[in-house]
Design a protein around this ligand. Structure first.
Ligand SMILES: Nc1ncnc2c1ncn2[C@@H]1O[C@H](COP(=O)(O)OP(=O)(O)OP(=O)(O)O)[C@@H](O)[C@H]1O
Length: 415
């Protein structure tokens, strides 16, 4: 039985990459890859992290496993701040957080046998497992469903799914508490994606592992994650239990991503109240330009079968540059809700923003959305601010960073 509580907490994490110019390589600006992210991952749970290409997911993942140093912020593993420990303490704690990489074809050294690859973490950390290194490797291979008799083979002698199992075995060698899985199945055939996802779920149940699961495929994330965080331009814009986010998304960005996910039953259409519903049988991405989020083949690795997207919300243009993100709400330049807000007829206020908003008929978009960064706060259904002050640090809170978040409703349409 896994003890409840957070195993990983991220507080106001920032990672900026300096942009250098000229002969003197002066730092003139910065790519704001991660720009103030707070997250909480509970023991034995899976937090899915989704967002378009370039939203900062991989940078966040790399910071969490110690490949990159953050510009500022805190990363706590079991309550200990990993970034402010001595080298020795950091090395010890880093064992607790391991990474499963996206591409098993490039992440495994082709010149090393599987025995050497899986056993390498023992050598790096100077650990002699009880019973010897080879026995420990065999045990790890069995744990991930590989035949220990194949330990002397090389990566090219395995299929893609088997290579990813090797990568998972290596990540488990030091008995970590947390696995950061960066797109662990996106390089695999759809037919084997489900097998690897099932393996990760079995390992979680058996070993009490916690996963941060980075993925662009919202169908896969829905299958494996208990909670979902949505990232846009280096920030979390919505986070909550998977059912809340998938069935009642409130951020216009999340709604756009979800609207492009193929659903098994085309008579079910996901729409946000007031969203511009564009009927489509395109099983693809909503952006029409950047194209990261959303399966493109219409088939689900989780067994739902062929399906199609209906009612896709099309986001105009590419995401803005993280060197010069928009003022105010970072999403306002692409927000489909913005025009409807400025044209909304007056309606009775139900606890919404005290001045202006979708019910007042005032053209607030240029003022609030362009000038004020919306905080992540819990919201009641219907879009009115709920419990200000709730943050991702509160387990299971559904939090949204939008001045005018709207509840997503699922309803059946006549086909
Ligand atoms: N080492 C680096 N130096 C400068 N900029 C970087 C570096 N690594 C990432 N970036 C930039 O940071 C931003 C976030 O990139 P990141 O790879 O974290 O996004 P992502 O959401 O993981 O996208 P993808 O799914 O395509 O990997 C991008 O604008 C990217 O170009």
């Amino acid at each position: 039985m896994t003890e409840p509580g957070p195993v990983l907490e991220v507080r106001d994490l920032v990672k900026h990459y300096p942009v250098r110019n000229g002969l003197l390589r002066r730092s003139v600006d910065a790519v704001k890859a991660v720009d103030g992210v707070s997250l909480r991952l509970d023991r034995g749970r899976t937090l899915g992290l989704v967002g378009e290409s370039g939203s900062g997911k991989s940078t966040l993942a790399r910071v969490l496993v110690g490949i990159e140093k953050p510009t500022s912020g805190q990363v706590l593993v079991d309550g200990e701040d990993v970034l402010h420990l001595s080298m020795a303490g950091r090395k010890q704690l880093r064992r607790d957080v391991q990474m499963v990489f996206q591409d098993p074809y490039t992440s495994l050294n082709p010149r090393m046998s599987v025995n050497e690859i899986v056993g390498e973490p023992f050598a790096i950390h100077g650990i002699d497992p009880a019973g010897g290194r080879r026995a420990a490797v065999d045990e790890l291979l069995e744990l991930v469903g590989l035949d220990p008799d194949h330990a002397n083979r090389y990566p090219h002698q395995f299929s893609g799914g088997q290579r990813q199992r090797v990568g998972i075995a290596r990540a488990l060698a030091l008995r970590p508490k947390i696995l950061v899985c960066d797109e662990p199945v996106s390089a695999l055939d759809v037919s084997v994606q489900g097998q690897v996802i099932n393996l990760l779920e079995d390992l979680q149940a058996e070993l009490g592992l916690s996963y941060l699961f980075v993925a662009h495929d919202l169908g896969v994330v829905r299958h494996i994650a208990h909670e979902v965080a949505v990232m846009y331009l280096g920030r979390i814009v919505e986070q909550g239990p998977d059912a809340d986010v998938y069935d009642a998304a409130q951020h216009p960005y999340t709604q756009a991503l979800l609207s492009a996910v193929p659903v098994p039953d085309p008579s079910v259409r996901l729409v946000a109240k007031g969203a511009p519903v564009i009927a489509s049988d395109r099983a693809g991405v909503p952006t029409g330009s950047t194209g990261d989020v959303g399966p493109t083949n219409g088939a689900s690795p989780t067994g739902a079968g062929p399906s199609r997207a209906v009612g896709a919300i099309v986001l105009e243009g590419d995401p803005p540059s993280p060197v010069d993100p928009p003022s105010g709400c970072p999403f306002h330049t692409r927000c489909w809700l913005a025009p409807t807000l400025s044209e909304a007829p007056p309606e009775p206020s139900a606890g919404g923003p005290s001045t202006g908003g979708p019910g007042t008929g005032l053209r607030l978009v240029p003022t609030v959305c362009e000038t004020e960064v919306p905080a992540l706060v819990a919201r009641r259904a219907g879009g009115a601010p709920g419990a200000p002050g709730s943050t991702p640090a509160d387990a299971a809170a559904h939090v949204v960073a939008c001045h005018f978040a709207r509840e997503l409703v699922a309803h059946r349409v006549e086909s």
